[in-house]
Design a protein around this ligand. Structure first.
Ligand code: HEM
Length: 457
């Protein structure tokens, strides 16, 4: 079988001046560090005001994320980047605020029991199939954009019990693209210790975040008004669960602003991530004809008796492994940031309180100490017994410990449904002359998009 080695980040050309150099090394997804990271166990980057540490050695990574998690709280870096969009929502909150939110949201998230939302995911995937059938795909399709559309549709249906309109999709894509660039820039300044009030990017990002937040807020307001008028709200969706969520310790509920924060988190965390990894998965499938033939065969068998049902998911193990392999090679949240709170020494490096530790599912997922042929796209590795140890130690695309992703099962199910629905009808091939260029922003995206040719089978 021909093995495909998917692209890695390229070191960027150095720009003049200290600011240019800083952006060349940080804004380019830490590519220079990444390039020598396969054998690295721990690395560091010195910025003018603080040091950043990159932890790849698995026992240290798991200590930071899970075993001693209270000693390494989530850094406010993500919070600084996302504040205008998700306020103090659960993805970025810390301490008691986070603990209260998680207490309330874990049971509320039960509403998204994966069996119960299976039909919603299938409807969104079939809506995608209709768009594709009506000409949304063809030569050099921007598959990253199409995946953003379908995953946003899945999460929109889960939150609000209705589909995502084309107009809403366009408003969000357009504004999020601009927001993401500025938020990342602001994040780089925060990383190196520049005060937020100095950041022009932060002020500019707010404008685009507001458009998205207003769009997400309108249906929340509408639902709350219906409740205030005493009207029935039969929807059993995520919004309703969050409205009804009660803190078991204090009896409090979320107020309107907190509700919008949490809906913002669910919308963002619930689709950007899945969209990124689905686009990378499809690119690697396009470059691996034998993998694609097996996906086609698996989809044909799964759809042979009609539409997908929850039980059919068991008949798509290879599709699932393709997605797991995409998460290893291109984990969407590629750097997880934590704050050091006490002085300590790790692998001979003296870390001071306030410095930032990055644990990276991306670097660990490609570590040559833990994976056989780490840069190869090899979905079958997950079916081999010897991979179990690597998985336990060095595979954490959904994080580990108390801040572990709330939507991991949701994402796995959604991805398998979407991949199988595409494979039922389409063959994908890399667009001529196009090689994606990976870059870590809020999620791991391709700087030049991901373009594929879609051909009917
Ligand atoms: C392939 C898809 C996904 C990946 C790779 C992913 C990955 C992650 C990671 C790595 C974190 C933790 C970040 C950290 O520790 O700093 C996280 C947190 C979170 N994710 Fe996901 N996620 C995915 C999909 C989803 C979906 C579909 C949802 C919701 C429907 C979701 C909701 C959340 C929430 C609410 C948190 C915050 C949990 C907390 O801090 O307590 N994610 N995700």
């Amino acid at each position: 079988m021909t093995v495909f080695y998917p692209p890695k980040p390229k070191p960027r050309a150095k720009k003049p001046g200290p600011v240019g150099r800083l952006f060349a090394s940080l804004d380019s997804s830490l590519a220079p560090l990444y390039a020598r990271s396969y054998a690295m166990k721990m690395g560091e980057v010195h910025t003018p005001r603080r040091r950043l540490y990159f932890i790849v050695q698995p026992d240290l990574a798991l200590r930071v994320l899970a075993e001693s998690a209270t000693r390494y709280p989530k850094s406010n870096l993500m919070g600084a980047m996302l504040e205008h969009l998700v306020g103090d929502g659960i993805f970025v909150s810390r301490g008691q605020t986070w603990a209260r939110q998680r207490r309330m949201m874990d049971p509320a998230f039960e509403a998204t029991r994966i069996r119960a939302i299976f039909p919603l995911m299938r409807e969104a995937a079939e809506a995608m199939a209709e768009r594709f059938g009506a000409g949304a795909v063809g030569e050099a399709t921007r598959v990253d954009i199409e995946m953003t559309h379908v995953t946003a549709d899945v999460i929109f249906r889960t939150i609000y019990s209705r589909a995502f309109t084309r107009a809403e999709a366009e408003t969000i894509f357009d504004n999020f693209e601009k927001f993401q660039k500025l938020a990342w820039r602001h994040g780089v300044w925060t990383m190196v210790g520049v005060p937020p009030s100095w950041s022009i990017s932060r002020r500019r990002a707010k404008r685009y975040a507001k458009v998205i937040r207003d769009l997400l807020h309108a249906p929340v307001r509408e639902r709350l008004e219906r409740i205030a008028r005493g009207e029935a709200t039969p929807e059993r969706d995520l919004l309703q669960s969050f409205i009804e969520a009660v803190d078991p310790e204090t009896g409090e509920r979320f107020d309107e602003c907190e509700l919008v924060d949490q809906i913002g988190v669910m919308f963002l965390a619930g689709h950007e991530t899945s969209a990124s990894s689905l686009a990378w998965a499809l690119y690697m499938v396009a470059m691996s004809p034998e993998v694609q033939a097996r996906l086609h065969a698996e989809a044909d068998a799964a759809f042979a008796e009609g539409p997908l049902v929850f039980e059919t998911m068991r008949r798509l193990p290879f599709t699932r492994d393709v997605f797991r392999e995409a998460l290893r090679l291109y984990p969407p949240v590629s750097f997880l940031s934590r704050d050091a709170t006490e002085p300590e020494t790790m692998r001979g490096k003296h870390i001071k309180p306030g410095e930032i530790l990055f644990v990276s599912p991306w670097l660990s997922g490609r570590s040559e100490h833990h994976w056989d042929n780490p840069d190869a796209f090899d979905p079958d590795r997950f079916a081999r017994a010897e991979t179990r140890a690597s998985e336990q130690k060095a595979y954490f695309p959904f994080s580990r410990g108390p801040r572990v992703c709330m939507g991991a099962s949701f994402a796995m199910q959604e991805a398998v449904i979407i991949l199988a629905t595409i494979m039922r009808e389409w063959r994908v091939a890399a667009a001529a002359g196009h090689t994606p260029d990976p870059v870590a922003r809020l999620t791991l995206r391709s700087r030049n998009g991901i373009r594929l040719d879609f051909v009917r089978r």
